[in-house]
Ligand binder design. Structure first.
Ligand code: PNS
Length: 162
């Protein structure tokens, strides 16, 4: 049986921390589907199309990775994809409570899909999409935390503010 994992998230935008999780996840899974949640209630910074373009560009070196969007319940989407796992990265303690809730709810909803956590690489432990956007907004150098395309796009977006 093929081991397929869904790697879900907002990816607003993708960071080097996300790349690290996918790269390491590929040692465990035969295929990873990186899936952007279509969330009309959450105000995203980048449009879905832009987020998708940045994801694809920054992960083009990986084989066995597919890209998609989803709405509704994650476990329903995972089932549709015949995935048997949900892949999530875990950073510092602050992630734990939310991730634990999410994993337990998903398990309650669908017992045959397992959530697998990978500890984020030490280099990326304090990297998050929101803190990167904040630093970029005020002209901070975030080049070594994001793929080149994301660095470019952030610069473009915030250019008018300087
Ligand atoms: O990058 P994020 O914002 O931390 O990702 C959160 C995500 C997309 C994994 C989560 O919000 C999600 O799975 N949403 C879909 C609805 C769902 O299934 N929620 C969990 C059970 S109620």
């Amino acid at each position: 049986m093929q081991k397929i994992a869904i790697y879900p998230g907002s990816f607003d935008p993708v960071t080097n921390g996300h790349l690290d999780i996918v790269e390491r996840g590929l040692y465990i899974f035969d295929k990873i589907i990186v899936a952007i949640l279509l969330n009309p209630t959450k105000n995203s910074f980048f449009a879905v199309e832009e987020r998708m373009e940045m994801l694809k560009d920054s992960m083009k070196q990986f084989k066995n990775v597919e890209f998609d969007t989803f709405d509704g319940l994650l476990v329903d989407y995972a089932r549709q994809c015949k995935a048997n796992a949900i892949l999530r990265g875990m950073r510092a303690v602050s992630d734990f409570e939310y991730e634990f809730q999410l994993a337990l709810m998903n398990r309650r909803l669908q017992r045959d899909i397992q959530t697998v956590f990978l500890m984020t690489g030490l280099r990326w432990i304090f990297t998050s999409s929101s803190i990167i956007k904040e630093a970029a907004q005020f002209g901070g150098d975030i080049e070594d935390m994001v793929p080149p395309i994301v660095n470019e796009r952030l610069k473009q977006k915030y250019a008018h503010e300087h």
